[in-house]
Ligand binder design. Structure first.
Ligand SMILES: *[C@@H]1O[C@H](CO)[C@@H](O)[C@H](O)[C@H]1NC(C)=O
Ligand SMILES: *[C@@H]1O[C@H](CO)[C@@H](O)[C@H](O)[C@H]1NC(C)=O
Ligand SMILES: *[C@@H]1O[C@H](CO)[C@@H](O)[C@H](O)[C@H]1NC(C)=O
Ligand SMILES: *[C@@H]1O[C@H](CO)[C@@H](O)[C@H](O)[C@H]1NC(C)=O
Length: 281
């Protein structure tokens, strides 16, 4: 599972590549909409999980050549790596919980335009450290800053509005019903949508450390003067102290993006592990 470690920084590049320069893949046949009823029916979770995975997998198929050409130095097998990073099918608990909590996950997931907006900030700043500073946009700007714009928080679109996840041009209006970002997802500051954390990352809910005012284990603070605001969940894939990456810490493994287990004796767990390894293997 150590590969994921190498893979993730590449994933940023990959998103820029795919979303930044080739938006048209997202406009291809509109037959695959968000699964209907997914919000109302918790048994539809596997459908949504495979939908999210399917979207990412389809993208790599189309861009396989570009990806291997540009990123071949760090990704041996694009399909396998992607499958490893986003194969939520094995453990759907976090999606299930998110359904229960928000009732409308699909209306909170970032569409292609929002993802592109987020990932292109890496390209502009040429640094993952500054990537959490996003430009003003449709939902979060100088004149309007809803609580869902805060790090670790998200909003929903208008009731009954269906988000076209493949739309790479327009961010939807997403300023209703602010709630903390779900466990297993991250919600950047300056955006009101959620993105799933890849496997090998650890994205639990944050708790306030009253000593330093940080929402731990992340490195954001509560907005000043907003007495009713609380810590949400992850705000990005990484903290500055951790080299911009939010991996399961060494000595533990994370079978899902919401669970961290101490490595048992006789095994070893590298940073970003999803399972322990025997010393002999
Ligand atoms: C992925 O591509 C396959 C075959 O082209 C298609 O059947 C499937 O619906 C696509 N999935 C998504 C989520 O776009
Ligand atoms: C600022 O945010 C508000 C509320 O979401 C939106 O109506 C407005 O169009 C945004 N302004 C800009 C310049 O994007
Ligand atoms: C809170 O932050 C302080 C200062 O950084 C640290 O020493 C302390 O261990 C933290 N508390 C918890 C509960 O993590
Ligand atoms: C904060 O919450 C309390 C209790 O729910 C409420 O009475 C108060 O008006 C809220 N304050 C603000 C600034 O929203």
């Amino acid at each position: 599972m150590g590969k994921i470690r190498i893979w993730l920084p590449c994933y940023y590049l990959f998103m820029i590549l795919v979303l930044g320069f080739s938006p048209c893949v997202w406009c291809a046949p509109a037959s695959k909409q968000t699964p209907a009823n997914a919000n109302a029916n918790p048994t539809a979770v596997p459908v949504l999980a495979s939908f999210i995975y399917g979207q990412l997998a389809n993208l790599t198929k189309v861009f396989h050549k570009d990806i291997t050409q540009v990123l071949g130095f760090c990704i041996d097998d694009v399909d396998a790596e992607l499958f490893e990073a986003f194969n939520f099918a094995k453990n759907l608990e976090f999606l299930n919980n998110c359904f229960k909590e928000t009732k409308d996950v699909t209306q909170r997931l970032c569409n292609a335009a929002e993802m592109k907006f987020y990932f292109s900030s890496f390209l502009e700043t040429k640094s993952t450290q500054k990537a959490n500073i996003l430009r003003p946009n449709r939902n979060c700007n100088l004149t309007s800053w809803v609580p869902g714009c805060e790090p670790g928080w998200s909003c929903s679109v208008n009731k009954n509005e269906k988000v076209d996840l493949k739309n790479a041009k327009d961010m939807p209006d997403r300023t209703r019903d602010y709630q903390p970002c779900c466990e297993g997802f991250f919600c950047p500051k300056g955006l009101t949508c959620m993105m799933p954390c890849p496997l090998g990352a650890y994205c639990p809910r944050a708790t306030l450390n009253k000593t330093n005012g940080l929402c731990e284990p992340y490195s954001y603070q509560l907005p000043p003067g907003k007495v009713n605001h609380t810590c949400g969940a992850a705000d990005r894939w990484g903290s500055e102290t951790d080299g911009g990456e939010l991996f399961c810490s060494p000595g533990s493994y994370c079978p899902t993006t919401t669970k961290k287990v101490i490595c048992s004796e006789g095994n070893y767990c590298r940073k970003g592990s999803t399972a322990p390894r025997g010393k002999s293997s």
